[in-house]
Ligand binder design. Structure first.
Ligand SMILES: Cc1cc2nc3c(=O)[nH]c(=O)nc-3n(C[C@H](O)[C@H](O)[C@H](O)COP(=O)(O)OP(=O)(O)OC[C@H]3O[C@@H](n4cnc5c(N)ncnc54)[C@H](O)[C@@H]3O)c2cc1C
Length: 606
């Protein structure tokens, strides 16, 4: 019934919803699941604080009433507010139905003065008084979710010294603390794809759409795809083809007219998706409170950076994640972060930290990794000139080819976006709010303790990591350790690299969840490359060795795998102390070309 092109959060979500509603479904992804934008987010399932800010700012701008009139200005505000409300619904869904993937995180907003000028938050002058009203704003934010999140609160400077000792408390008036949800984005993406597969969807990574199949009227009836592991090409026929290519969507849409010129379009389709790149940097964990020794993790939001943008500084997987920037430019596939954006983030971040930390931010050895992704910013090229303006994701159907594309939106709304698309394909109602994702079954708060009781050779941080990654499926990873022991092989409970909780058994387990190559393991199945480029390079030979045994690679294939993974991991920033030897030159695919090969390392045969 449906072929979905793209296996990021959006495409995998559509596959899950379509299969759950009984449609025969295929979903293809040209790289690994989440190999693009969906693994490079700020890791927040957020309820849209920034969008609420934009909505109120627009309501309070007199010029808008003059330009657009009262009705349109108020209806725009109402639309934004509805979108924020939907984000709250989705956040509630993720934190209640998918506790194995998602947890709450308190985020402190520090105020050093009662008025924030130079610049005001979001560059909106009335927001200069934000410090005076922030606690009320956050209560309104809590109210939008029906108070289903942990309540926001105020932290006095004395409490800051205790709970966030890294901050400069003497200059501080107070901190307002609110809650968002946090996740490991590539794992959530994979869990969505695996749930789709459980429901009968055919999902494939490393399969790219290269051409569309069209009937004599120009209606698309499927796609020619290439299996990038074998180079085999074959057609997939479908009643409906849905593009979920994120920032690469225009490249897919270009295939619609390259093959058959229709009357409505010139040889290039009208652009519908622009990219906006966002860089993140990763520092060691000690910059922010981590969830250790009974302490509560806490992040920080700077709402008034030097150019008025928001900046998050968050604990994530034992590290400090800082981002993001926002620069309009075409999407590329490699994660390389521009040096000027890395420098900007580090300079901006340090202003709230105490003397001991100020210089730590810019020490090269503390920059463990840096990467960037491209937000898909979408507009509807087929909308009537006087049609409603989209505020969030765009779904558009080509009048001739009848292909649907969906782009825009955010990680948080993956489920809602899928619902909106699949509603266009079938009348069967959506029920995904009642679906828990892969790993939910068998998950409980005490699972890590149970794992350690059964496997005392695993340290507690390893057990906690395994449970927060695989949920109730953790026993399948443990079974791999048991099986290896039965075969008389070395038990695979050892860490891949010191100080990180990733163990050898996970590499084997990942191949049962569609992992194909070394880079899949280093970037997305573990998050080593995202957390610490040098640690990823250190783990690389052992990962290759384990995959060689499991997938029966020849020596030559293994060598090619190692080289390809080295080149990819070297494209992450950070690890400045590694020296130039690691700076392998690589090329990158541009957003507008769907057919061009990605440089993700793929071997011809296992
Ligand atoms: C820096 C940054 C921070 C963000 N932070 C957050 C956040 O904290 N919270 C939040 O809610 N949102 C966040 N977002 C937004 C969110 O990450 C994106 O909206 C979301 O990941 C987009 O998912 P997607 O599936 O549409 O796109 P992608 O993840 O890019 O998926 C599209 C897929 O299509 C595939 N594809 C393309 N062409 C083909 C082809 N020919 N054949 C097969 N497959 C193909 C690509 O390989 C790609 O994997 C952030 C975005 C950025 C850039």
């Amino acid at each position: 019934d449906v072929l979905i092109v793209g296996g990021g959060a959006t495409g995998a979500g559509i596959a899950l919803d379509a299969a759950h509603r009984g449609l025969t479904t295929a979903c293809i992804e040209r790289g690994d699941f989440a190999s693009e934008t969906s693994s490079r987010s700020t890791k927040l399932i957020w309820a849209g604080l920034k969008y609420m800010g934009t909505a109120v700012a627009s309501l309070l701008t007199p010029q808008n009433y003059w330009d657009k009139g009262v009705v349109e200005t108020v209806s725009d505000f109402w639309g934004e507010l509805k979108m924020v409300y939907h984000c709250h619904v989705e956040r509630h869904y993720m934190t209640t139905k998918n506790q194995h993937l998602c947890h709450w995180i308190p985020i402190a907003v520090p105020f050093n003065s009662w008025f924030m000028t130079n610049p005001a938050p979001m560059n909106f002058s009335l927001y200069a008084c934000f410090p005076l009203v922030a606690p009320l704003v956050f209560k309104a934010y809590d109210a939008l979710s029906g108070f289903s999140c942990p309540p926001s609160y105020i932290m006095r400077p004395s409490a800051v010294t205790e709970y966030f000792p890294q901050l400069k408390a003497d200059a501080l008036k107070y901190c307002a603390v609110f809650y968002e949800a946090q996740h490991n984005d590539s794992r959530t993406n994979l869990a969505i794809a695996l749930t789709a597969a459980q429901k009968g969807a055919h999902i494939c990574n490393y399969v790219a759409a290269t051409e569309l199949l069209q009937d004599e009227d120009g209606r698309v009836t499927g796609a020619v795809v290439v299996d990038r592991m074998t180079q085999e090409s074959f057609p997939i026929r479908a009643k409906k083809v849905i593009f979920a290519g994120g920032p690469f969507t225009d490249g897919l849409r270009n295939m619609e007219v390259v093959q058959k010129q229709d009357e409505n379009e010139s040889s290039q389709v009208k652009s519908a998706v622009r990219g906006a790149s966002g860089t993140h940097v990763v520092l060691p964990g000690h910059f922010v409170p981590q969830p250790q020794n009974g302490k509560v993790a806490m992040g920080l939001l700077d709402p008034s950076t030097s150019d008025g943008r928001f900046l998050f500084i968050l604990p994530w997987l034992g590290h400090t994640l800082i981002g993001t920037t926002d620069t309009k430019c075409d999407a590329e596939t490699l994660p390389s972060a521009p040096q000027n954006e890395v420098d900007w983030i580090l300079e901006e971040s340090k202003k709230y930290w105490n003397e001991d930390y100020q210089s730590e931010f810019t020490k090269p050895q503390n920059l463990l990794s840096a990467w960037r992704g491209w937000r898909p910013l979408a507009m509807d090229p087929h909308a009537a000139a006087d049609g409603p303006v989209s505020r969030d994701h765009v779904i558009s159907e080509h009048p001739v080819s009848q292909c649907i594309f969906i782009a825009g939106g955010k990680w948080t709304t993956w489920r809602e976006m899928a619902q909106d698309v699949v509603d266009k394909v079938t009348k069967t109602p959506c029920d995904t709010l009642n679906v828990s994702l892969f790993g939910a079954e068998g998950y409980s708060d005490s699972l890590a303790t149970q794992v350690q009781e059964k496997y005392p050779q695993l340290d507690m941080d390893v057990c906690e990591h395994l449970v927060s990654t695989y949920g109730g499926r953790v026993w399948e990873v443990c079974n791999i350790m048991d099986r290896q022991k039965e075969k008389g092989n070395k038990s695979l409970h050892r860490r891949l690299v010191e100080n990180y909780p990733y163990i050898e058994a996970e590499v084997i387990y990942a191949t049962h969840e569609y992992a194909c190559n070394v880079e899949d393991i280093l970037s997305r199945r573990t998050r080593l490359a995202y957390l610490n480029r040098e640690a990823a390079l250190e783990a690389l030979p052992r990962v290759a060795e384990l995959l060689q045994d499991e997938l029966q690679w020849t020596t030559q294939v293994t060598q090619e795998q190692v080289q390809a993974a080295q080149a990819y991991v070297a494209s992450y920033g950070g690890g400045g102390f590694l020296g130039d030897d690691h700076s392998v030159s690589t090329t990158t695919t541009k957003a507008t070309d769907a057919k061009q090969e990605k440089e993700t390392p793929v071997m011809i045969q296992h």
